[in-house]
Design a protein around this ligand. Structure first.
Ligand code: NAD
Length: 502
């Protein structure tokens, strides 16, 4: 263990955070905090220390049914979809204001629960959630249909138009890597479109979603419009996605669970959007500024301890610059201060759970056994927290599990290439297709390569740049449907054609 990996103690939680963590486990259903129908809880751990710090409800089938019933009634009686769109916009904006007011508190809770540094939760996750709500609030008043002249009848025979109507009750299931931001990214477009919903956060990280429920109540949303139910995926999540009164499922999580959900939704042909895993390539051409590109490549894989679906986990560097670039990335990796989430100088926190750390260490081991060399990291600091050091693997080949499978940790694999055709082929040699980044000053090569990459998002000269106005989603086994922007709103609407003989 070197100096960099000596883990400091987790600073004390604020009084306020302690108060929130001491609350009795409860569910937010029909505008109220209610007890579960059974007596099962899920422990909440601080990944920086491995200590249990709270509990949340492990919802029963009856709890899930109750939440769906509340959302169903709230949708069917029009208390939300029937409001003036401007009233919906105002409430969504009000929620954004309340979240902004409580940024520090929410950031602390998110960091305690997930392990991410407060610089990330307070500087990115919570502000992004606020921006998403404000952007989506604006859509509430701008969802529009079309008037169309039928092609097969004399003009003026019909008045034909197309309406966009809210789908109904949405079941929204989110993962643990950006718990609050993902929860808000799910509820914002659904609310703007006029849907009601049941949100299920990940069992590892439910604390901030429960605070979100407090703010929803404070903002004054009508009862039953937003219901938040904590619980395990295989039980509460499964009940939710199979529920006949759910019209739409929006899921972010692993490809494996995405497939299960898609199958479960088939019986009632629910509308489904899936944001799943990735194994995104970072392609570096020989003309780049080495230092800047190395810093970008490191950010792309080490931010959020690599627990990012759009992490740049497969680096492809042109043979002429491979050694220099990798040396610079390794140097950069050494500067990532690994530490507990609440320490102000932490750049990389622990992984979310002991299972996740084991999984990542197991992948590193598989890589080593298959012949990969470790250029940086490859080890985990001691202590009780779930830390893994920033890791770079070279001498890898496309058959290795570290290259093929999503590790969801701070592990970069790096390969050489000789020409653009070969690198496009290698980059596309994956079951995933979420994102890619391309680094070059040659704009023509950038565009040519962007056209060849089979992924839902391509970024140039930047590690990642998701934005609430730009479609977010993947090709192939990275899912289907898109979040954000117009696409994100339309995903919560049905299209109705009305044709009236005049
Ligand atoms: P996961 O699929 O295990 O869990 C995600 C959510 O699904 C959790 O809330 C869980 O409780 C629930 N769930 C689990 N089994 C379920 C079931 N049978 N029915 C219904 N719900 C169920 O994923 P994870 O390990 O929490 O998150 C990591 C994965 O999420 C990674 O693969 C990552 O790439 C992906 N992810 C994708 C995006 C994206 O936008 N594409 C964003 C973040 C994370």
């Amino acid at each position: 263990m070197n100096e960099m990996t000596k883990i400091a103690a987790q600073p004390a939680y604020s009084e306020n955070a302690q108060r929130v963590l001491r609350r009795e486990p409860a569910l937010f259903i029909n505008g109220d905090w209610v007890a579960s129908s059974h007596d099962k809880n899920i422990p909440v751990y601080d990944p920086s220390t491995g200590r249990q710090i709270s509990s949340v409800v492990d919802a029963s089938d009856a709890d899930v049914d109750r939440a769906v019933a509340a959302a169903r009634i709230a949708f069917d009686d029009g208390r939300w979809s029937g409001l003036a769109p401007y009233a919906r916009e105002r409430l969504i904006s009000r929620l954004a204001d309340l979240i902004e007011r409580d940024t520090d508190e929410l950031a602390e809770l998110e960091s305690i629960d997930n392990g991410k540094p407060t610089s990330s939760s307070g500087g990115y996750d919570i502000p992004r959630a606020v921006a998403t709500l404000r952007y989506m609030a604006g859509w509430a008043t701008k969802i529009a249909g079309q008037t169309i002249e039928p092609a097969l009848f004399p003009t003026g025979t019909f008045h034909s138009y197309v309406r966009r109507e809210p789908i109904g009750v949405a079941a929204q299931i989110v993962p643990w890597n950006y718990p609050f931001m993902m929860a808000v990214q799910k509820i914002a477009p659904a609310l703007a479109a006029g849907c009601t919903l049941v949100l299920k956060p990940a069992e590892q990280t439910s604390v901030s979603a429960l605070r979100l429920a407090d703010l929803i109540a404070e903002a004054g949303f009508p009862a039953g419009v937003v219901n938040i139910v904590t619980g395990l995926g295989e039980t509460a999540g499964d009940r939710l996605v199979r529920h006949p009164d759910v019209d739409k499922i929006a899921f972010t999580g692993s490809t494996e669970v995405g497939k299960i959900i898609n199958r479960a939704a088939t019986d009632t042909l629910k509308r489904v959007t899936l944001e799943l895993g990735g194994k995104s390539p970072v392609i570096v051409l020989p003309d780049v500024d080495i230092e800047k590109t190395a810093a970008g490549a490191a950010r792309s894989i080490f931010s959020n301890s690599g627990q990012v679906c759009i992490a740049g986990s497969r680096l492809f560097a042109h043979r002429d610059i491979f050694d220099r670039l990798l040396e610079a990335i390794a140097q950069n990796a050494g500067q990532w201060k690994v530490g507990p989430s609440l320490a102000p100088d932490t750049m990389m926190g622990p992984l979310v759970s002991t299972e996740q750390r084991e999984r990542v260490m197991d992948y590193i081991d598989q890589g080593r056994k298959a012949g990969a060399s470790i250029l940086a990291g490859g080890d985990a600091p001691g202590g009780d927290g779930y830390f893994v050091n920033p890791t770079i693997l070279i001498d890898v080949n496309p058959e290795m599990s570290v290259v093929r499978e999503e590790i969801f940790g701070p592990v970069l694999t790096a390969q050489r290439y000789d020409d653009l055709h070969a690198v496009a082929k290698a980059a596309n040699d994956t079951a995933y297709g979420l994102s890619a980044s391309i680094w070059t000053r040659d704009i023509s090569a950038m565009h040519r390569l962007a056209g060849k990459i089979k992924a839902g998002m391509v970024w140039g000269n930047v590690p990642t740049a998701p934005d609430v106005s730009l479609p977010f989603g993947g090709y192939k086994q990275s899912g289907f449907g898109r979040e954000n922007g117009t696409f994100g709103i339309e995903a919560y609407t049905e299209v109705k054609t009305v044709s009236i003989l005049l």
